[in-house]
Design a protein around this ligand. Structure first.
Ligand SMILES: Cc1ncc(COP(=O)(O)O)c(C=O)c1O
Length: 476
């Protein structure tokens, strides 16, 4: 009680003081007052003074002119006007630890200087022509991305979003196999276009309009909530049964994430993907790995999420972290599969434009130079350990899961019934925000903290996050 009160008081005080001081205020104030309030790691950066409209005005504009179906995290909205690496700043200069990275999108870090430099340099030279002329950026980028892929995944299509990438992948699967039925997983998320909404396995994300033509949803191999627990063979048997009973017996393909992001950082039972890929290929289909969230080393052990299950997909889709915030996405497949689309032209106005390509190339360089995959492994393992210790302390934590810097903490009212603690999740998130941590939320029932920060997130940040979560859960 006293501790939370103090943290709130410190936050309020911080809002009315000078900007330079605010960027390190949590540590200084906490130590000077000898409190036990969790202390945000120091960061000597002074945000640029914000001179735009107030948060209230922006909220009003948003309500009047933007889609009413947009959702906002937090009961009292946060306005973010600046970002530096793993930290965000609101309009008053208050610093937050970003544990969600613009929904798993800021991979290298907010406004990473190398990426900003590459984008600015290209912006001054040439921004756009499309692919009707030669340009070095898209060609060199395609090679550099293909070099990151295993096997014969050497043909790259650049698009602008994960939804577009998954649309494209499903079209390739259908064009290549001549079959129509696609299979995805319940609790999966693949985008908001008509086709990809159909592939999603979440009522939350399905508008009540006709969709899912030719898309079937297999049982989710979810180790925590799945009917068959950790038994990969039983989930694979369901997939086989689905093909035998709900399709002609021949399918176009199968699409899955390796850790379901929107679905609450839910990993697929180990051994499921090899079994599923075999079944799909025997039914004439091809296998698509949706790496929109799990790619580029975020899982720590491997560069691509699917490699953690030892499979080789026929198509890989990627977005989000590929551009560190630039509107950039890609589909990578084999030359044989891509040949299936040569009966007609295929075109995307912005896909791989020079600015995004220059930025995407810089992302690849930065992630390698800063050894971010290894870093995600080390920091992620530390964070996972600390979160599991928190689980021992708080019975409301039903499950701690994930890999690298792609982690989930599921809150339940009762560990036995697993009844989702939805309201408590919202309440705890709000408290964590008040203490300076911006957390993600997800899962079918909206009761999972999603921890997927920029990949430069440090061990100290991890400790701070866990201390803040502890404090927030203490007060529920
Ligand atoms: C796994 C996955 N696939 C696809 C998408 C769709 O990406 P976009 O929002 O860029 O269309 C998302 C978005 O959250 C995602 O998490």
């Amino acid at each position: 009680m006293i501790r939370t009160g103090l943290v709130r008081a410190l936050s309020k005080l911080g809002e009315s003081t000078s900007r330079a001081w605010q960027s390190t205020s949590m540590r200084e104030l906490s130590s000077s007052t000898q409190t036990f309030a969790p202390v945000m790691p120091n960061f000597s950066y002074v945000p640029v003074p914000y001179t735009g409209p107030s948060a209230e005005k922006v909220l009003q504009l948003r309500k009047t002119y933007l889609s009413p179906s947009l959702s906002m995290h937090f009961r009292k909205p946060v306005m973010i006007v600046e970002g530096k690496m793993q930290y965000l700043f609101d309009e008053k200069g208050r610093r937050y630890l970003d544990a969600f990275a613009g929904i798993v999108t800021v991979s290298a870090g907010h406004c990473h200087p190398e990426i900003v430099k590459a984008v600015n340099k290209q912006s001054e030279l040439l921004q756009h022509t499309t692919t009707i002329y030669l340009n070095n950026q898209i060609a060199e980028y395609a090679k550099e991305l293909a070099d990151k892929m295993p096997g014969n995944l050497k043909c790259v299509y650049f698009v602008n979003s994960g939804s577009e990438a998954n649309d494209m992948a499903m079209m390739l699967a259908r064009a290549h196999t001549g079959n129509w039925d696609m299979i995805s997983l319940r609790n999966g998320y693949h985008g908001m276009s008509m086709a990809t909404m159909g592939a999603c396995g979440h009522s939350t994300w399905k508008q009540p309009v006709p969709q899912s033509f030719g898309i079937l949803h297999a049982m989710n191999p979810d180790p925590y909530r799945g009917l068959f627990g950790n038994d990969a063979t039983k989930y694979a048997a369901d997939l086989q049964d689905l093909i035998l009973t709900a399709t002609s017996g021949r399918v176009a393909g199968f699409m899955a994430e390796t850790i379901q992001g929107v679905g609450g950082a839910t990993p697929l039972v180990q051994g499921y993907l090899p079994a599923a890929y075999k079944i799909i290929r025997e039914a004439g289909g091809i296998c698509i790995a949706d790496e929109v969230q799990t790619g580029f080393g975020r899982t720590g052990t491997k560069y691509w999420g699917f490699e953690n299950q030892g499979v080789q997909p026929d198509i890989v889709t990627m977005a989000k972290g590929i551009g560190n915030g630039l509107p950039l996405a890609a589909v990578v497949t084999t030359p044989e599969i891509s040949a299936s689309l040569t009966k007609r032209l295929h075109f995307n106005t912005f896909g791989g434009n020079p600015v995004c390509s220059a930025g995407g190339r810089a992302v690849l360089r930065v992630l390698d130079a800063e050894k971010r995959q290894e870093h995600c492994g080390v920091v992620g393992a530390h964070l996972l350990k600390r979160l599991n210790q928190l689980k021992d302390k708080h019975s409301i934590i039903g499950d701690v899961r994930g890999q690298g810097l792609m982690l989930g903490v599921e809150l339940v009212k009762d560990r036995h019934t697993k009844e989702p603690a939805k309201d408590a999740t919202v309440e705890a998130m709000e408290r964590m925000k008040d203490m300076g941590v911006l957390m993600g939320k997800g899962g079918l029932f909206g009761n999972v903290f999603r921890i997927k920060p920029p990949m430069c997130f440090s061990k100290d940040d991890a400790d701070f996050l866990v201390d803040v979560m502890d404090e927030a859960l203490n007060k529920l």
